[in-house]
Structure formats: C-alpha cells, structure tokens
Design a protein around this ligand. Structure first.
Ligand code: FE2
Length: 70
C-alpha cells in the first residue's frame, strides 16, 4: 500500500503504511523469537503477493476510479 500511495504522491499516507508494515514485522519477529525460545522451529511458507493496487485510484479531488477494486 505504501508503494501505491507513493506512486500517487500521497507521501503522508505512504509514510504511515511504511510504519504499519514495520510494526507488523516486529509482531511477526516476536512470534518468531517466541517459537525459537520455546525450542520450536520456525518454518516460513510462501504467502500470496499483495495486489498491485488497492481499492481503485484516488484522485486529488477525492473521487475514486472503479478499476481493480478488491
Ligand atoms: Fe500484528
């Protein structure tokens, strides 16, 4: 989502999404560390790639196009 916002020059939203991604990575690493501490073994699996675009494109006037809504 940060990439989409950046491509649309919504730098504030892009920054916010980067912070959220970082926070979620921290959560994942806590689980990773917990499993390792408890003697388990972390096995990473493939996840689907994110959509190229979220919810259509917003315009500067606040309207949204209808392409690629998910
Ligand atoms: Fe989380």
């Amino acid at each position: 989502m940060a990439a989409q916002f950046e491509s649309q020059s919504y730098d504030g939203f892009a920054h916010w999404m980067r912070l959220q991604a970082r926070e979620e990575l921290e959560h994942a690493m806590r689980l990773f560390d917990y499993v390792n501490r408890r003697g388990g073994r972390v096995v990473l699996q493939e996840i689907p790639c994110p959509p190229e675009e979220y919810g259509g494109r917003w315009t500067r006037s606040g309207t949204r196009s209808s392409t690629n809504r998910q």
